[in-house]
Ligand binder design. Structure first.
Ligand code: GDP
Ligand code: IMO
Ligand code: MG
Length: 418
């Protein structure tokens, strides 16, 4: 289950809705840059590292090898759920091969962004980029290393290397005295969790007939290879990331569920052809409560972008779609759909390489708004005709069926279409 836009499509909600049909929910990439929101029984939860299957009984949740973990944030997430008296050892397993975000990774992230000035990525500053850099640079520390008698030495060597790197950033001041003790405290808690060879574990589960739902973080347009580089995150958010991030072969993947908003948002810097910097954009932001789940930043809002969506569907091999936040467009007389890009007078319907450097003029078609509050709907058959038409219209262009439509943040506000 993957986000097809620039993240925050509503993955957390849909994973929670779908979990009863699965035995296992597994995160395969990203880290605490993710903020996945779930709402039920009048309560709202935001998860960053923990998979979104955690609230359903009899579900195993796995943090796969492709994820990067900040032990301090993981501990905070677990503490926030203390009321639920969850049996963590039983319901959560962590890959020994998952990389650790250490305190200086966060500092390097901040220093790098500060040095970039107005060209900054708009990172969540959780240390994601520097941690994946150490992974591919073969310097990283992994969860399994925590059990090594010389973990402290390995940690100090990496920390000291980072400190010498930080000294190259002029004017960047830092202080480790607060976060480092918290890190070592949280590490002890992480060691008490079920730490496994997750690729073995997952393949054995598959062999015994268990169903696994891989929960994506971020979105395809933020993928390190296929997103709007360099304004992307540092992992593969696409279907292929499931294979490398869990140790599951491509032949084992059955369905790819792609999730998108009825419009589009982006948080952080980078190209966004359909962005609305006007009243309509503000209206979407307010009605959709488009503020970051991790950082609280206002999200940039715009109309749905079909060239980008088609691109994501192609790269991910999406077999089924879920449309989120249809209720948010309930006050618009007309809804705009970007069907192509006009660049230097030429019309194209795919994402160009130099998206950042060219002026993209979106080509819009207008469809009729449904002008109705959808949040009380329980059956898609009762949906207004204009919404049904919107779904049919998108299905025709995207060439993939939309099987679910979400009409509110609660787990019950989800309609099956087919
Ligand atoms: P994720 O990162 O993909 O899990 O998405 P986020 O949790 O960051 O952002 C999605 C936001 O939209 C959250 O605040 C959800 O509670 C909310 N949400 C999800 N689905 C719907 C929906 O259908 N309608 C409305 N109004 N809000 C929704
Ligand atoms: P979920 O899983 C939206 C964005 C950041 C920034 C860029 C790089 O909740 O959809 P990073 O912290 O990875 O170095 O930031 O990616 N970004 C997200 N935007 N949703 C997310 O996760 C995001 N994770 C990272 O805003 O532009
Ligand atoms: Mg989010």
């Amino acid at each position: 289950m993957l986000g097809l836009q620039w993240g925050d499509e509503g993955k957390g909600k849909i994973v929670d809705v779908m979990t009863p049909a699965y035995d296992v929910i597994a995160r395969f990439q990203g880290g605490p840059n993710a903020g996945h929101t779930l709402e039920f029984e009048g309560r709202k939860h935001v998860l960053h590292t923990i998979p979104s299957g955690i609230f359903r009984p009899n579900t195993l949740n796995i943090i796969g090898n492709g994820v990067v973990i900040d032990p301090v944030i993981l501990q905070q997430e677990m503490d926030d759920l203390a009321d639920y008296h969850l049996d963590w050892q039983k319901i959560l397993a962590v890959s020994k091969k998952a990389h650790l975000i250490i305190p200086t990774h966060r500092l390097l992230d901040a220093a790098s962004e500060q040095a970039k000035g107005k060209n900054k990525i708009g990172s969540t500053l959780k240390g994601i980029g520097p941690t994946y850099m150490d992974k591919t640079g073969r310097n990283g520390l992994r969860v399994g290393d925590l059990f090594s008698p010389n973990f402290k030495e390995k940690y100090e060597a990496l920390r000291d290397k980072h400190i010498s790197m930080l000294k190259h950033y002029e004017g960047f001041e830092f202080d480790l005295s607060d976060y480092e003790p918290k890190f070592f405290h949280a590490v002890e808690l992480l060691k008490n969790l079920t730490c496994v060879d997750s690729e073995q574990y997952i393949n054995e589960l598959l062999k015994s007939g268990k169903n696994i739902l891989a929960e994506g973080a971020q979105g395809t347009m933020l993928d390190i290879d296929f997103g709007t580089y360099p304004f992307v995150t540092s992992s593969n958010t696409v279907t292929a990331g499931t294979c490398t991030g869990l140790g599951v072969a491509p032949s084992k993947i059955k369905n790819v569920i792609g999730i998108f908003k009825a419009y589009c948002t982006r948080v952080g810097s980078g190209p966004f052809p359909t962005e609305l910097e006007d009243e309509d954009g503000e209206k979407i932001r307010q009605i959709g409560r488009e503020f970051g789940a991790t950082t609280g930043r206002p999200r940039r809002c715009g109309w749905i972008d079909l060239p980008a969506l088609k691109y994501s569907i192609m790269v991910d091999g999406v077999t089924e779609l879920t449309m989120m936040k249809a209720d948010v467009l309930g006050e618009f007389d007309e809804i705009k759909v970007c069907t192509a890009y006009k660049i230097n007078g030429k019309t194209m319907d795919y994402v160009p390489f130099d998206m950042e450097d060219v002026v993209i003029e979106p080509v819009y078609e207008s469809v009729k708004g449904w002008k109705q509050d959808l949040t009380g709907l329980t059956n898609f058959a009762d949906a207004p005709q204009a919404l049904k038409d919107y779904v049919t219209y998108l299905e025709r262009i995207l060439e993939v069926p939309i099987s679910m439509v979400s009409v509110g943040p609660d787990r019950n506000q989800t309609l099956k279409v087919h």
